[in-house]
Design a protein around this ligand. Structure first.
Ligand SMILES: Cc1cc2nc3c(=O)[nH]c(=O)nc-3n(C[C@H](O)[C@H](O)[C@H](O)COP(=O)(O)O)c2cc1C
Length: 305
């Protein structure tokens, strides 16, 4: 029997890969001796992620997750871009299915103090958190001030356990580390009529004020977002093993003004920004679909495509 059938059994594990807004955009198309990774356009974020930077980072993280899961279960699989193929040897990785299962983002407060020494992937640069902190509020204001971005975010928010997709995908109140009152507040704030009025009343500033920045800040740089997504996943797993969680701050790269400021801090093209630290309270396990989305699998196009 081909390795493909055994790999298929790993779907619940590989579903634990991270993705922007937890849309889990990947699709799997099984061939006789290969598996193609594509994406479901309904789970891309055309408004918030028009260049598909986060989409391809997420697909890269998914590729890495597939390789780790396969290696840990004894399958000899390699990746050629977004295709998984048979390989002569197991993928060389220190990570395991347990690491995949235990990794999670943490958006609450972090313990003060420096991170333990960890070796970082190439292209992952530590930047001055003090210089990043003042950028967060304008980036959040930009994000919440844009009606189309807020409308798209609203589609992926699950702010009450009564939401029909609460345990399937998207961002829950628990994952966002919101209290009940904060979750109700956010639900009202991003609802269509209130957001329209609120924009004039300074609601974006109010929502942005809720953002915090503690911890150590890293920027991931690179040219190929799938490769970068693989390095991002390895970085998050390395940190996870040391008890360190991460909180991506994509809005810093989405907002043109703050994106320029971040770019000035590093060599190379910034593709992701995240803070990292030891969470004060254990982060919750995020929701997942039980199997990958089905959908058309558009072939690879460039990040700008
Ligand atoms: C490319 C990428 C961009 C992301 N951007 C953000 C972000 O801007 N803000 C945020 O809070 N989480 C962000 N996330 C984290 C996802 O929301 C998170 O992975 C998802 O909700 C699943 O949760 P988990 O990673 O804890 O399993 C991002 C993740 C990826 C892979």
């Amino acid at each position: 029997m081909s390795w493909v059938a055994d790999f298929r059994e790993l779907e619940p594990v590989v579903q634990r890969a991270p993705s922007a807004h937890n849309t889990q955009p990947w699709t799997l198309t099984y061939g006789a001796d290969h598996v193609d990774i594509g994406w479901d356009p309904a789970a891309a974020l055309p408004v918030a992620d028009p260049t598909r930077r986060d989409l391809f980072l997420g697909l890269g993280a998914f590729v890495e997750t597939c390789l780790i899961a396969a290696a840990d279960t004894g399958l000899t699989v390699a990746a050629e871009g977004l295709r998984l193929v048979a390989a002569p040897a197991r993928y060389d990785t220190p990570f395991t299915v347990t690491d995949i299962e235990e990794r999670r983002c943490a958006r609450g407060r972090y313990e003060p103090g420096p991170l333990p020494p960890v070796s970082l992937e190439p292209g992952v640069v530590r930047v001055n958190a003090g210089a990043v902190a003042p950028l967060l509020r304008p980036a959040d204001r930009w994000m919440f001030g844009s009606a189309p971005v807020t409308a798209e975010l609203r589609e992926w928010l699950r702010l009450t356990p009564r939401h029909p997709r609460y345990d399937k995908d998207g961002l829950t109140d628990r994952a966002l580390a919101l209290s009940t009152v904060e979750a109700i507040g956010l639900r009202v704030a991003v609802s269509r009529p209130v957001h329209a009025v609120g924009r004039r009343l300074g609601l974006p500033a109010l929502l942005a004020a809720a953002s915090t920045l503690d911890g150590t800040v890293f920027v991931l740089t690179g040219d190929d977002p799938v490769d970068a997504g693989r390095r991002l996943m390895r970085t998050w797993l390395t940190l996870g093993r040391a008890g360190i969680a991460v909180h991506p701050l994509s809005q810093l790269l989405d907002c043109p003004h703050t994106a320029r400021a971040v770019a000035a801090m590093v060599d190379g093209t910034p593709l992701a920004v995240f803070r990292a630290g030891r969470p004060v309270t254990p982060p919750p396990r995020s929701a997942r679909l039980s199997a990958p989305r089905s959908g058309a699998s558009p072939s690879w196009t460039s990040i700008d495509g």
